[in-house]
Structure formats: C-alpha cells, structure tokens
Write a protein that binds this ligand. Structure first.
Ligand SMILES: [Zn+2]
Ligand SMILES: [Zn+2]
Length: 378
C-alpha cells in the first residue's frame, strides 16, 4: 500500500503538485537534485583523477581506477581512497625493462669459441628446426608408455645436436629455428600462457635454466663448425612470454660475439633470406597453414619478389606435414618429446625425429639428415 498523496506546493519550484505525505519537493525537482548530486560526484572524481600525485602514489604497473572520498557538510575532503588496477597496456614494456636489469650480469659472458677454417665451396645454409621441445614436460611410463623429464630431455637434445652437427655439410651459416612451445609451461604457475595446467618437472627456475643450457649447447656446437649461428625463437601458445625472456637472455649472453645473431622474440613471425631462398618461421597456433604464403608475400614484399624458393617452418601440431602451396611450401616439423598424459589419453600419436636441412643459395632445399628418437636414447 502506498502513502496517500495530496496537492501541495513544492518548496523548490513553487508549483502545486500531487506529492506524497512528508515530501517537500515535487518528483521533478527531486530527480533534478539527484542528477545534480551525481554530476557533482562525477566531477569530484575527475578532479582527483587529474591530480598527478594520485598516480604517483600507485605501485609500478598500476593505474588509478577511481577515488572514494569522505567529505564534511561543506564539501571539504576528509579522507580519500585511491582504487587501482593492473595496467595491462604496459605489461610487455615493463617485463622487458625488468629483464634488462636482471640480465645485465650475464651480458657478454658467453665462452669464446674458435671459428672453423674458412670453407670454399657452394653457398650453403644449414637449418636445424627444433620442433615443439616442451622443455619441462614430465610423463610417467605407466600412463603414456615412457617416462620423460628434464634430465632425459637434456640428454636427448644434446645427442641430437651432436649427431646433426657432426653430419652437417660445410656451410657458412647455421640457422636454428625454435618453432615455439620450447617450454612446456609459461612460468612458475605450471600452466600454458592462457592458464591451462600442465605436468611440469620441477621448479620454473630449474626448467628455464635447463632450456637455456640446451640452446646454448646447440649454438656453441654450431659455432665450432659454422662461421655464423643465427637463432630464431618463435613464441608458442605454451610459452608466449617465456619465449621473449629466452631470446632476451641469449641475446645478452652472446652480445659480444659477432658470430651469433639472435632474433628478437617479440614478433610471432620471423623471416630469413639466403640468396633466392626465403624462410619463414612461426609457431602455427594463430594463422592457418593455408594463409601463411600470402602472409609471407605481404610482410616481405621485396624478398618475395626476389626469391624463388619460399618455405615456412612451423610447429604446434607435433606431426609432420608438408604442403606445397602457390608460391610457397608450408611445413610442420616433428618433435622429440613424448605425448603428455592428456594428449595421450585423447589418442594423439606421432613420429618423433629432428632434421638438419641444407639449402643452396640458388637451388633451394638440397638435402636433409634425419635423426629418429631411437637413435638419440641412451
Ligand atoms: Zn602449440
Ligand atoms: Zn606443442
């Protein structure tokens, strides 16, 4: 039941209107007053937001989201609460700044390795694509038929690099392509970049160090037999942030060695030109294989026009797939790592190997050496 209404004079506008008992303002004046009050509150917030001091008091990586105030009867501010939020926009920049500081003590600390004798011959390029390495992945033989951990991974990759480089034809440059998902998890929460939990062997620091050691081993063995080593680390869906850190660490570590070049790990797409050959590298989680040739033509217009042999190396699907498309071949490379428990349960199986592929400056891909997983176990 509502209260009885009666015709009365509004104290604000003076008009005679139907008003509820006990009310001095008509409904139009009441809502006008409410709107004015809301406007005042909004303006007060904007005023405070514009104060530099508010943002300066917030921790790095946070920005002002809003302000609560306690005011006295005359509108003087008695107390103020600053409400903050993580500022996503600067996250990558901050992350890189932090890395810069952390890495200052590894800068240029890589060992010196004598270059091989200059070779005279045809202009060759050796490419060593590393399929999704998932460093840190742990499996249990009773679940997936094979036990795998960090130590086993280190042994397998070292033997793989030794075997591949021992049989590599003489070439000036070794191009190592880490096609992404190099790490199984993206940080200490033992999840992928988007937060899917994964089975990880050990603490993140241990996994990250082991991952760096494995790639350093490949680079240093490569420097013994090649004049230059060029490393590309593509970001995967498991390690989008760790891949950036990995590239940054290695760039610092080899910063005083002009024979080592490490691509910045920030872009999803990497390109390498060798004479009439154009090589692309990406993980393959964001763009369909069928769209990669056009993407290469768009991103490398001049190189596309000047080359005749174009090839993408990708990962993500963990099995071999080579498709010749208009103007370009798209290849997905095999892995050495076993299937994790979840994928094993879903029925995923694939052949496991690593290859060293040789490219000629004019004639394109001319050979490859294959090292199956059974050659690389102890
Ligand atoms: Zn992937
Ligand atoms: Zn993968």
């Amino acid at each position: 039941m509502g209260e009885a209404k009666a015709a009365r004079e509004c104290r604000i506008c003076g008009k005679v209107k139907e008003m509820q008992a006990g009310r001095a303002k008509c409904s139009a004046c009441r809502s006008k007053a409410q709107r004015a009050k809301a406007r005042e509150r909004r303006n007060a917030r904007v005023d405070v937001k514009e104060h530099d001091y508010a943002n300066k008091r917030l921790p790095a990586g946070y920005r002002l989201r809003g302000v609560s105030q306690q005011v006295d009867g005359e509108g003087n501010v008695l107390t103020q609460w600053l409400k903050s939020e993580r500022y996503q926009g600067d996250r990558l920049e901050e992350f890189l700044e932090c890395l810069e500081v952390v890495l200052s003590n590894v800068k240029g600390k890589a060992p010196k390795i004598a270059p091989p004798k200059p070779y005279k011959g045809e202009d060759l390029l050796n490419i060593l694509p590393i399929g999704d390495a998932h460093i840190g992945l742990m499996t249990w033989c009773k679940e997936v038929g094979e036990s795998y951990d960090l130590e086993i991974a280190q042994g397998i990759y070292q033997r793989a690099f030794d075997a591949a480089l021992a049989t590599a034809p003489k070439a000036d440059t070794l191009l190592i392509l880490n096609v992404g998902d190099y790490f199984h998890s993206d940080g200490g929460k033992n999840t992928t970049t988007k937060g899917t939990p994964v089975d990880v062997d050990g603490r993140w620091g241990k996994v990250f160090s082991a991952g760096i050691e494995i790639l350093c081993y490949a680079i240093e063995r490569g420097l013994e037999t090649h004049k230059n080593v060029h490393l590309v680390c593509a970001a995967g869906n498991h390690d989008a942030e760790a891949a950036i850190a990995l590239s940054a660490c290695l760039r610092k570590f080899y910063s005083k060695n002009p024979r080592v070049k490490i691509d910045e790990g920030i872009s999803k797409f990497h390109f390498f030109r060798h004479g009439s050959c154009l090589i692309g590298c990406t993980h393959g989680d964001t763009v369909k294989a069928a769209d990669l040739p056009l993407l290469m033509a768009h991103d490398r217009k001049e190189d596309w026009g000047e080359t005749t042999h174009r090839h993408w190396y990708t990962g993500h699907i963990h099995h071999e797939s080579v498709k010749d498309m208009a103007g370009c071949t798209v290849e997905s490379v095999r892995v050495l790592v076993p299937t994790d428990a979840w994928h094993h349960g879903q029925g995923y199986r694939s052949g496991r190997d690593i290859r060293l592929v040789t490219w000629h400056k004019e004639r394109g891909r001319i050979g490859q050496n294959i090292f199956g997983i059974d050659m690389l176990r102890v």
